[in-house]
Design a protein around this ligand. Structure first.
Ligand SMILES: [Zn+2]
Ligand SMILES: [Zn+2]
Length: 599
């Protein structure tokens, strides 16, 4: 086979979110992005399509440019300086020839980039290029001064774009953090190359629009990035930790360090014991480049404030990354990224972890890991999923948040943001309004939240309790302005699901998550219709049908009880009843457990 010519594309890139099959909603296959040439015959969809449109070509060009920049960074970290330098000189040439003040192909809502449609994409690219040069400059590699015009131009572009965002009042935008990370990486790299002290600390780090001000603006007291999206949370934390290269964690202002360690704690608490990070709000469900992002973030967090639970996240991400793992995270080397030792290790999260600002509760029961969503909508990355209850095992995604497809697929993007796609509740089959719920009660083993804004005249309360052998979930829907209405609790599996109506007693469900099987018992205060039909599974492949179950009653009040038990746990649940305001769970050893409904 003839060797494939590998080269950096000479043309500007578009928007990576357009890299999606219009028929199937699947992200298209990247192929080898280092060929620098769009796949002959069109980009491949795993379901057989070949797609070739200007938007898809532009998206592929983004992936190729970013892959090349990353490759240069890895080469520099490996000490392959000559190769890294020649690649970076080529990048400088491409930027000089191609990048122009404002990309005319951008969509109206975008903050325009110079090399790509979005300034955000330019910033991500600039961060990678800047850190590659920084590493070479640390090595004392000769010839890096030829990169100064590129670094200066990238810093200026990042500053211009940040001015636009600040003027718009978007200091808390995830864009701002990446532009700042770009300004710092390129500015500090240039100072190192020149052999002069960095004079950008006020502009980029400590000033009113610098990194510290941004972290204060975009992170809540509970540690969550304000959008409540797992993906954007990690995205912002990664940018912030990249921006802090060379800074001793102990030298970061104490309140900012507390917010950053809080962000690490969020991921540690959210992750299952097997390292699954629930894909709350917008963000991919499963994606190889995402796995690489988690690997990098876990390595950076380890050097800043280690959280032992993130080891499982990194191990899982490494498996997901497979052949695409170029070892970048291992090259970052704990302790050498920052300018001093890590802060003390983070504590292990409690069995019930509350995030009061973002409005999430994580409840760990025997073998099950549940996430209850009741917080604010999350801006343009929010989903209409109030009181959704996601259910995971260690690695099983029994009832996951389904994530989101690349944004270029309008119909599936809308679907995955919808109420119907989530294990939430619905009234009259309608969409929830964008709204915020509130916490009603919590103790060491349970949490209760309320939503009144999703549907006019309906109050919804969900209580989740971790019992020693099982998980209890009680959803109460009350029509407050009369009734009856069509009240529905939704089951949305990410795995194969069996549903079995019994002649008497609870409706039974069995959730197959590889080695981890979950049993469910479902009873209600009113007769419910357990209508079961195929629906799209998680967003990594919308064409995989899963068994959707809508438990519906036409009533003024519906109390819907679900008891879940992982198959490895015992004594086994033998029966579940709703007796007035009490949920009674009978166990195989003859004992009974009583649980409140919270309403
Ligand atoms: Zn397709
Ligand atoms: Zn969602």
């Amino acid at each position: 086979m003839a060797a494939v010519k590998r080269a950096i594309p000479r043309e500007r890139g578009g928007w990576w979110h357009a890299y999606v099959c219009p028929a199937h909603g699947l992200e298209l296959d990247h192929g080898d992005p280092l060929t620098g040439v769009f796949p002959a015959g069109g980009a491949r969809c795993a379901r057989g399509c070949r797609v070739d449109t200007p938007d898809v070509r532009g998206a592929w060009t983004v992936l190729s440019h970013q892959a090349w920049a990353r490759h240069a960074r890895v080469l520099a970290l490996r000490g392959e300086d000559a190769q890294a330098l020649s690649l970076l000189l080529e990048h400088a040439e491409v930027y000089r020839e191609s990048a122009r003040a404002s990309h005319e192909g951008a969509q109206g809502w975008m903050l325009r980039g110079r090399l790509f449609h979005q300034a955000l994409t330019d910033a991500i690219w600039a961060v990678t290029v800047g850190h590659a040069v920084w590493t070479l400059a640390e090595h004392g590699t000769p010839g890096t001064d030829a990169l100064l015009p590129l670094l200066d131009e990238l810093e200026r572009a990042a500053l211009d774009a940040r001015h636009v965002l600040v003027d718009r009042g978007d200091l808390a935008s995830n864009y701002t953090t990446w532009l700042t990370a770009a300004g710092i990486a390129t500015g500090r790299a240039a100072a190192l190359v020149r052999g002069t002290p960095w004079d950008g600390a006020k502009q980029w780090l400590e000033g009113p629009h610098g990194l510290y001000a941004q972290v204060r603006a975009c992170v809540g007291a509970d540690g969550w990035e304000w959008e409540g999206s797992t993906y954007y949370h990690g995205f912002v934390l990664r940018a912030a930790l990249l921006a802090l290269r060379g800074v001793a964690p102990a030298d970061v202002p104490a309140d900012v360090a507390a917010l950053l360690t809080g962000m690490v704690d969020v991921l540690a608490a959210l992750a299952t014991d097997g390292g699954v990070l629930p894909a709350l709000n917008d963000g991919p469900y499963l994606r190889v480049p995402l796995a690489l992002e988690w690997l990098e973030l876990c390595a950076l967090a380890d050097g800043f404030a280690p959280a032992p639970r993130l080891a499982a996240v990194a191990a899982r991400a490494r498996l997901e990354a497979g052949d695409a793992d170029d070892g970048l995270d291992r090259l970052l080397g704990r302790g050498s990224w920052f300018g001093g030792p890590a802060l003390p290790a983070r504590p292990v999260p409690a069995p019930v972890t509350m995030f009061g600002t973002a409005g999430y509760a994580v409840v760990r029961a025997a073998g099950a890991h549940a996430v209850l969503a009741f917080g604010p909508h999350g801006g343009s990355h929010g989903h209409r999923d109030k009181l959704a209850l996601s259910l995971y095992g260690q690695e099983a995604c029994w009832q996951p948040d389904p994530g989101e497809v690349p944004y270029g697929h309008q119909e599936f993007r809308e679907h995955y943001a919808s109420t119907a796609a989530h294990p939430a509740f619905a009234v009259d089959g309608a969409e929830q309004a964008e709204c915020a719920g509130r916490l009603l009660a919590r103790d060491a083993t349970s949490v209760t939240a309320e939503v009144t804004g999703a549907y006019p005249g309906v109050r919804a309360v969900r209580r989740v309790e971790a019992a020693p052998t099982h998980l209890v979930d009680v959803l109460t829907l009350d029509v407050t302005d009369g009734g009856p209405r069509r009240l529905t609790g939704q089951l949305r599996p990410g795995v194969a699901l069996d549903v079995q109506v019994q002649s008497e007693g609870a409706l039974r469900t069995t959730w197959y998550g590889g080695d981890e099987v979950l049993h469910g018992w479902h009873v209600a205060s009113e007769p419910v219709r357990p209508v079961t039909r195929p629906g799209p599974g998680p967003a990594d492949d919308p064409q995989v049908a899963r068994t959707w179950v809508d438990l519906t009653a036409c009533a003024s009040r519906l109390v819907l009880v679900s008891v879940y038990q992982a198959a490895a746990q015992g004594p086994a649940v033998t029966g579940v009843r709703l007796a007035g305001d009490e949920v009674v769970v009978e166990l195989a050893d003859g004992t009974r457990a009583g649980h409140g409904t919270g309403a």
